[in-house]
Write a new protein. Sequence first.
Lengths: 448, 343
Amino acid sequence: MSKTTLTRRGVLRTGAVAGAGVALPTIFTASSARAFTNEPTGGSVTLGFNVPQTGPYADEGADELRAYELAVEHLNGGGDGGMLQTFSSKALEGSGILGKKVEYVTGDTQTKSDAARASAKSMIEKDGAIMITGGSSSGVAVAVQGLCQEAGVIFMAGLTHSNDTTGKDKKANGFRHFFNAYMSGAALAPVLANAYGKDRKAYHLTADYTWGWTQEESIKAATEALGWETVEAVKTPLAQTDFSSYIAPVLNSGADVLVLNHYGGNMVNSLTNAVQFGLREKQANGKNFEIVVPLFSRLMARGAGENIKGILGSTNWHWSLQDEGTKAFVKSFGTKYGFPPSQAAHTCYVQTLLYADAVQRAGSFDPCAVAEALEGYEFDGLGNGPTLYRAEDHQCFKDVLVVRGKENPTSEFDLLEVVEITPRGQVEYAADHPMFAGGALGSCNPGV
Amino acid sequence: MDAIILQILNGLDKGSAYALIALGLTLIFGTLGVVNFAHGALFMIGAFCAVTLNRLLTLSHQVVDETRTDFLGNPLKVDVPYVQDIFGEVTGAAIIDWSVPLAILFSIPIMIGIGVIMERGLIKHFYKRPHADQILVTFGLAIVLQEIIKQIFGANPIPTPAPDVFRGSFDFGTMLGFDPNVIIYPYWRLVYFGFAAIIIGAVFAFLQFTTFGMVVRAGMADRETVGLLGINIDRRFTIMFGLAAAVAGLAGVMYAPINSPNYHMGMDFLVLSFVVVVVGGMGSLPGAVLAGFLLGILESFASMNEIKSILPGIDQIIIYLVAIIILLTRPRGLMGRKGVMED
């Protein structure tokens, strides 16, 4: 037991010291422009790459990391410069960002929201990361975006396709280059109508989490607008591995199209099961039964092997595109690593360049200045044609690729063929579209 | 009606995998008294034996094809498997096509070896320790094995197709007088069911009709007495561990074409297999098989849309629900013997 004695003089003294302490930061900031979290002071600046290094999407995470390393190399003036050569903005000169050498730290999201937040937090607080980027899941993207908003750093999302990332969960400090479920629906629907007709009955199997829900909603809306009927939409647990008991009821449901709103291991397994059950040879309602996988990924396609041949889906980017940006990126990535980059690698590389360019143009690492430079920014030469970072929701608008599993692949990378490049105008939507309603961007947070 | 038949087929198939894994678990528990949480990992390693053999058979050297180009515009390097060099193009391709059935032979010595090393190297030291220690150490082992596989093969599923002749599905509906394409079932899943039945039969025959099996059964009943009779029961139990590992491994090999193997597939099956063992009755081999098929079929029925529309989410909990009911009404499980796990 200790005894505490309070004296009038003691209280006054403590109060005076504490008061001075509280006042101190304002004394300093009053003279400089504005303080912000992790303002780089030395000759280098640190970026935080938060990717799944373990867990089910570890392979995608590894590809993202390769892209980030390449981007850092190019920003610092190494290699062949990649897409810096083709980027419409010429602000970056290969001398780092604002003359500071780019360094990086990495974190492991494990594709778990809490782990991803913890690794992002550690990179911000311990390593002084000025910006966080990466990830391969919408659940993770939404969680990390929220954290970055609170911490006062910019978040450049990696692969995240849920409408919510720039919809109800959008944040002023967060930016998404990747496309979203709505865009997939809008791009796919006309191609589906062309290929399979307007009188179709669809059966959805949907991964039971934020991305699955918004994808199902988007594809349903887009196909029903064409005249398709949705027979049934069944949610499947994320941890499901054998989908046979979900596929069997499809056979006699009266449906003639199966839409798989699955990604990653889910997609590989459900598609494999569907093919095993003979759905692709089946006739229903006097038509050939068809399978649609709205979000395709080449890394996943490799897992599904033969089964993806002829199946339609959409993708953010594909290495076989013939624009100058894509060719430059594939060349430097392919030369360095020996295989072409995935769409996850592409979006991460582009996000890093876009961030660096925005800092360069803003002349400051201040997140609010960077956000301002990105908002409403039009650019080209990064593999997707003319692209806009919309100010209202921080979503990129660009052409969307509709792809099909290739019938006669010439190599293990040559799995998808581009069926159509859906122009940007066709996938645009109003910022207050009901599928994206519910949240507010808020105002940018510089932290400190 | 057609939907019900389909779900029964489906359940038999799922049940086969549960039964095979639970059989091995029960063998180990019955003989060694060890609760082996690494058993799912053995199933997973079995599936990766199929992947490994497939990789070995497709080991290739590169031949430059000047007429075609790769993604960077350089002349395309075509992979030619060594197997095709040795056996000729047609035979070589056929060998690669049949890599999964061939992996059965390939995996047996590997799985027995892994089983024996696991038992002698680690689990032996935990015989006299409490069950909680055994669960912890085997669970830890499972995670280690899983991480090793992930390091080698990556995190994504690896497609391992069945031979071409088993592609497609069998139309049961036409046999039973239904319309074509109403009740169809993939050939390979039928093969899996038949294979499981053979393995289960073989294990039972082995235990029932061989002297070795007799000694093991005697040891399961009363280890001490058998030891006093001068029989080296430890060595036989080590062999049983190896055999149980082989059963799990074979279940995994044949499962590879059904769902592309990934590193955590063992864990997915492990928990359910434990429920199967408990429902069947700890230490009862017929109980494990019976419960495996029973729960497989129940799970299939529960995922029918008609049932889910009445009881949403029932497919996720049905197995545990049934387990609770059975354990409340028959605490020793369906075919459990008195005295097991009751000391």
